[in-house]
Write a protein that binds this ligand. Structure first.
Ligand SMILES: [Mg+2]
Length: 185
């Protein structure tokens, strides 16, 4: 049997709805939520006067209570049995994020072995067959196939195959397996 293909999966914006937490912070500071149009192609903290919101990532606990993106747990559980799945998250810039993200994964994704969790400062050091990420900059340096997980801030990025949700990720990898089986037959 062939070696299982390796899938590298991002956390923020892919497993964790970190974006929603930034929007809450924006509302707390500015008394209103940013509009859909304002957020197309932009991070919350790139809006006028909102640069300080990015500093929230230095806070202890910021990454600990983020909501899970719908479908992520179920589809990750399926993929985990069929592929060599790695969680790869840039964490080094924010010292408290290491522990917060570790505990968050333990709570929501307890089936992921510690050997499959990589916290780093730059994702260009990782290699694999597929990378699921919401940031084009991470996909750009990747040796395998990049799947861009849909987010408002990457709305205008067209260089990569876009997956809109976890149901689409599931469907894409189902067809990947069917193609691989057809090649073997
Ligand atoms: Mg991300």
């Amino acid at each position: 049997m062939n070696k299982m293909p390796r899938i590298v999966v991002d956390m923020d914006g892919v497993l964790a709805d970190t974006y929603a937490k930034f929007i809450d912070r924006y509302e707390a500071s500015f008394g209103r939520r940013p509009t859909h149009e304002e957020l197309l192609g932009r991070k919350v903290y790139d809006l006028e006067g909102a640069a300080d919101i990015r500093n929230a990532m230095h806070e202890k606990g910021f990454f600990r209570d983020i909501a899970v993106i719908p479908g992520a747990v179920e589809v990750m559980r399926e993929l985990y049995d069929k592929y060599e799945v790695y969680i790869v998250s840039t964490a080094s810039e924010f010292k408290h994020s290491y522990r917060d993200k570790w505990e968050w994964l333990e709570e929501h994704f307890p089936f992921i072995n510690f050997q499959r969790i990589v916290f780093c400062g730059d994702k260009h050091i990782v290699h694999g067959d597929y990378m699921i990420d919401d940031k084009v900059g991470n996909l750009a340096g990747f040796n395998g196939t990049g799947l861009l997980f849909d987010a408002l801030d990457n709305h205008y990025d067209e260089e990569y195959h876009r997956v809109h949700d976890w149901a689409e990720v599931r469907a894409d990898f189902q067809s990947e397996r069917e193609q691989a089986r057809a090649m073997e037959a």
